[in-house]
Design a protein around this ligand. Structure first.
Ligand code: ADP
Ligand code: ASP
Ligand code: MG
Length: 419
């Protein structure tokens, strides 16, 4: 008997019919003798709908109140799923994050889980119940509901699996695993049977929204066996087939891994670029420019500082598009006066395209293949950043799909082992 966590995303619980299917699938696992904790998202479109209601009243709603509203989507899902399990003849109980409790910090709308007390859940499991817990939410030390950022139910599920020392966490979604790139953009994208934890971490951080990055971080830190698979298959398919389907996130490279140099192409559309021009090149300016932006809880991504000419340099970085106007405002208030920069320029319509692969460590020529491919498509590279296992470029947003398709082809990702 194993302790298993299932997570179902928005599409997977997008209608009453789908929720009934989830209940059938969960019932099948339970009947096979496993202890089951199920973590659903809100029904598809629901979180957006709830956030829009708030934004229809005020353009910049208070984040605490936003979390109060957005968290209700998952609360509906857990209740419906518990009822669907009762209809299947099972004992099931639903909990909101605060009832577990799943403790978080107070960074409303992007809170981090600090601790999960699994005792209540473990007791229910011992009594033979299926436990259904809201994804995406927790509670801070003052008792306020806090949400974990968009896509946060993945993180809830993996964190719960870690806290309960579950044997495996199954992330059920609307695609049947992790692909070489988003299969909705490149038809030829290929499903990976396995992906290393490091590659998954890079892909998630570079925009592959199939897993929220923090869920991958949890999986790595607590060595949670995590598998991504489809919820849209027959819920009564044989358990032995289902448990080996999809994509397994592995922690070691083994000889069964495909010998691919590049395992995937990730992209992030909603990026914005900000350039602070004519900055006096002296110690401390980077901090003076980026410090106030970071203090406003704005994540800074790619950064370039140019060679200085006549004691002046240009400083360019990227932020998420949602933070663009706030970041510009902060810079206009601080850097022109204090830092004595000449001007602040920006482009809110850029995207980041990245090639990822652990095989890059031992292969040269990846960057040149990437740059040649983009140049053949006439795509200008605005910024470049690299790590041991990835190369990212910033480009005009309108070329995102063209770049992803061209790179997917150039690295032969539609074939079984690339290069
Ligand atoms: P859920 O609601 O189940 O959490 P998401 O929409 O958050 O689902 O994530 C699944 C989606 O991620 C897929 O529908 C797919 O379009 C997208 N995606 C992006 N990159 C990849 C990738 N490399 N492999 C698989 N899916 C990807
Ligand atoms: N419902 C939340 C969202 O739409 C969390 C999730 O789906 O993972 O972002
Ligand atoms: Mg998701």
């Amino acid at each position: 008997m194993a302790l298993i966590v299932h997570k179902y995303g928005g599409t997977s619980v997008g209608s009453v019919e789908r929720i009934k299917n989830v209940a059938k699938r969960v019932a099948k696992w339970h009947r096979a003798g496993h202890k089951l904790v199920v973590v659903p998202s809100a029904m598809s479109g629901e979180t957006n709908r709830l956030l829009c209601l708030a934004k229809d009243i005020k353009a910049d709603p208070d984040p605490r109140e936003l979390d109060m509203i957005a968290s209700t989507g998952e609360q509906v899902s857990v209740g419906l799923l518990a009822i669907a399990l009762h209809a299947e003849g099972f004992e099931a109980v639903s909990y909101a994050g605060w009832q577990v409790p799943i403790k978080t910090d107070s960074a409303f709308t992007k809170a981090r889980i600090s601790e999960i007390d699994g005792s209540r859940v473990l007791k229910d499991l011992d009594e033979g119940k299926v436990v259904v817990i809201t994804g995406f939410q927790g509670v801070d030390s003052e008792g306020h509901i806090a949400t974990l950022g968009r896509g946060g139910s993945d993180t809830s599920a993996v964190a719960i699996a870690a806290a309960l020392k579950a044997d495996e966490c199954f992330i059920y979604t609307d695609v049947d695993g992790v692909y070489t790139t988003d299969p909705r953009v490149v038809e030829e994208a290929r499903r990976l049977d396995r992906v290393t934890f490091e590659e998954m971490l890079e892909m998630a951080s570079l925009g592959s929204k199939v897993l929220q990055i923090r869920s991958v971080e949890f999986a790595g830190k607590y060595k949670v066996k995590t598998r991504v698979l489809s919820s849209l298959t027959d819920p009564l398919m044989p358990l032995e087939t289902e448990m080996y389907s999809g994509t397994l996130v592995t922690f070691e490279e083994d000889e069964n891994m495909e010998k691919a140099v590049i395992s995937g192409i990730a992209f992030q559309r909603d990026e914005a670029r900000i350039a602070v021009m004519g900055v006096p090149d002296k110690p401390g300016v980077a901090y003076q420019i980026l410090g106030p932006v970071a203090d406003a809880n704005i994540d800074i991504d790619m950064i370039i500082q140019n060679q200085s000419v006549n004691g002046k340099t240009d400083f360019t970085f990227t932020v998420g598009r949602g933070d663009y106007h706030r970041a510009l405002e902060i810079l206009n208030n601080t850097v022109k006066g204090h830092v004595q920069a000449e001007t602040v320029l920006g482009d809110p319509k850029v995207s980041k395209v990245s090639v990822v692969g652990v095989g890059m460590r031992s292969h040269v020529g990846i960057a040149s293949t990437m740059f040649r491919t983009l140049s053949e498509e006439g795509i200008n590279i605005q910024m470049i950043s690299t790590s041991e296992i990835k190369i990212s470029v910033l480009i005009d947003e309108k070329y995102t799909e063209l770049a992803v398709r061209a790179l997917h082809k150039a690295f032969e990702l539609d074939c079984a082992a690339s290069m």
